[in-house]
Ligand binder design. Structure first.
Ligand code: ZN
Length: 240
């Protein structure tokens, strides 16, 4: 063994030792049940990972998510990976992803959902994440929907373009506004930067949570206005 590989070996062992000691002092715990995670587990313990509240909506025609987009015939499919309940694992995952600086959770959710979503045989050609307004992006440092899209893109082998759509308007708070004002407030939130990349394509819109469908719906309308052939929607979770 030469001097260089010797130093390398010592350096690596020292690093591992320090990592182990760190993990002993501050063990990684499961986001949901607080069990100490095993070496190969990440964010969720194996038990919680196997008991995720999956919707299986991608296999269910006219599922509750698709029903939110019945007004738009070019929406050909919509699904969410998980059911969103107050205090449930999906809420915990999304909260940690967004507010505790854990972008990997988004990617992990995409990678876990992708093999299932492939079963639906959606003929999607391009993934478009719901964009954040630049001020929010600056504050958070990443777009959680884009992270979810990254995981999906890798496994599904469908390209993603996170620069195609910009959020040009921040929505101010909806309460205390009249119906008309509220409607105006959600107009022109998104701007497509290169419409030629949308025209004639089958697009998969990805978002973190879908509740009313209003935000994703605005993006969908914009894509259809730009001649998207069909639109599919996939989210990490969906509320009732
Ligand atoms: Zn757990």
């Amino acid at each position: 063994m030469n001097m260089f590989s010797m130093i390398h070996l010592v350096k690596n062992s020292l690093r591992e030792y320090m990592l182990d000691s760190y993990n002993l002092l501050f063990p990684n715990v499961c986001i949901h049940c607080n069990t100490i995670l095993l070496y190969q587990e990440k964010h969720l313990c194996t038990k919680c990972r196997f008991s995720l509240p999956k919707t299986h909506y991608h296999l269910l025609k006219d599922n509750p998510l698709e029903q939110k987009f019945v007004y738009e015939p070019r929406v050909r499919g919509a699904s969410a990976f998980l059911h969103y309940h107050k205090g449930g694992v999906a809420q915990r995952l999304i909260h940690t992803l967004k507010y505790k600086d854990e972008p990997e959770i988004g990617t992990l959710m995409g990678k876990l959902y992708a093999p299932e979503l492939l079963e639906a045989n959606w003929p999607v050609e391009l993934i478009v994440p719901v964009p954040l307004h630049r001020s929010k992006l600056k504050k958070r440092g990443f777009n959680q929907s884009e992270k979810f899209g990254e995981g999906l893109s890798e496994i599904m082998e469908v390209p993603m373009d996170a620069e195609l759509v910009r959020r040009v308007k921040r929505t101010s708070t909806q309460t205390r506004k009249s119906k008309v004002e509220r409607w105006q407030n959600t107009q022109d939130i998104y701007q497509v930067t290169q419409p030629q990349k949308i025209a004639g394509k089958s697009i998969l819109v990805v978002d973190d949570v879908l509740t009313t469908g209003a935000t994703a719906g605005q993006l969908v309308s914009e894509l259809i206005l730009r001649q998207a052939a069909s639109v599919y929607i996939a989210t990490i979770a969906a509320g009732k």
